[in-house]
Design a protein around this ligand. Structure first.
Ligand code: MF3
Ligand code: CO
Ligand code: CO
Length: 278
């Protein structure tokens, strides 16, 4: 059973009902998301060999402060950083540290700013210097998974259509889809209903409706899909230590499809990869 609730009348906690946001709400979400996208654009020129993820964490904090926004992860369930930095075989929730990035690394940088009460949540992969062809291919496949998932968003379709589109493409490319983490409703709450699975079938899950806002954030591995969380309680890694990648957008369901709130204003949705044609 799924129910729906107007965002304005909903209490600011997760009640199990899927919120439907208004046009004005979409404007708030667009503003927060574009701040996050601008930060991710800036990070593209900062990521290089020798830079530490602590330095990137400081940048994300300062950029937020300079723009009147708070990093949502800071103090979230005891997390102590302004950003997640997930390197190579780290699937997600990697914590910034003082180890310099090295040529050939790939790092996911996941930023969420709270601006005027709205949560802008997005992440991209950043190659560090020259990377191996296998790594570049994984990044391309993972970004394509995200965009195929987004292409499945429209009112009337079920949320399972997103997962089916992602899983079908990832597995056809001999990659695997992580099951342990999913996308989520977002808006005036960081992690809200519904869960957005990155695998499954088009006839599963709740029906999408105009006004819903959620993230799509597939984690795709070169090896097996299995994940373990390290003893720090946060860092999720591939069990087989194979390379993992993730891109994340926040989208709002419109009458005909969706709006991508977190698109790069600078054309840097896939930093370090050759531009897409079309
Ligand atoms: N931004 C992540 C997401 O996409 C959540 C990070 S929560 C943290 O949902 F506590 F790990 F930072
Ligand atoms: Co998210
Ligand atoms: Co995120």
């Amino acid at each position: 059973m799924v129910s729906y609730i107007d965002a304005v009348s909903a209490p600011l906690k997760n009640t199990g009902a899927i919120r439907l946001y208004t046009t004005e709400d979409f404007a708030g979400m667009r503003k927060a998301s574009q701040l996050t996208a601008r930060c991710l654009d800036e990070l593209a020129s900062l990521v290089k060999p020798g830079v530490t993820t602590n330095a990137l964490d400081r940048f994300v904090f300062e950029f937020g402060m300079d723009n009147g926004a708070l990093p949502a992860t800071l103090g979230y369930r005891g997390y102590k950083y302004s950003v997640c930095t997930s390197l190579n075989h780290v699937v997600c929730h990697g914590m910034p540290d003082d180890k310099p990035l090295r040529e050939g690394d790939v790092v996911n940088i996941d930023v969420t700013y709270i601006l005027d009460g709205w949560y802008g949540d997005s992440s991209r992969m950043y190659p560090v210097g020259q990377i191996k062809r296998a790594a570049e291919r994984l990044l391309e496949v993972t970004h394509e998974c995200l965009m195929r998932g987004i292409a499945a968003v429209r009112p009337g379709a079920r949320i399972g259509a997103i997962g089916e589109a992602i899983q079908t493409y990832a597995e056809a490319q001999r990659c695997s889809v992580v099951r342990d983490f999913c996308g989520h409703g977002v808006g005036q709450i960081f992690h809200d209903t519904p869960n957005i699975l990155h695998y499954g079938r088009a006839d599963e899950g709740p029906e999408m409706r105009e006004g819903m806002i959620f993230t799509i954030e597939p984690m795709i591995n070169l090896g097996k899909p299995h994940v373990k969380v390290l003893s720090d309680g946060w860092t999720a890694v591939t069990r087989d230590r194979s390379l993992s990648a993730q891109y994340e957008h926040a989208v709002g369901v419109t009458a005909t499809g969706c709006e991508i709130f977190t698109l790069s204003p600078g054309g840097l949705d896939r930093p370090g990869l050759p531009p897409l044609q079309g």
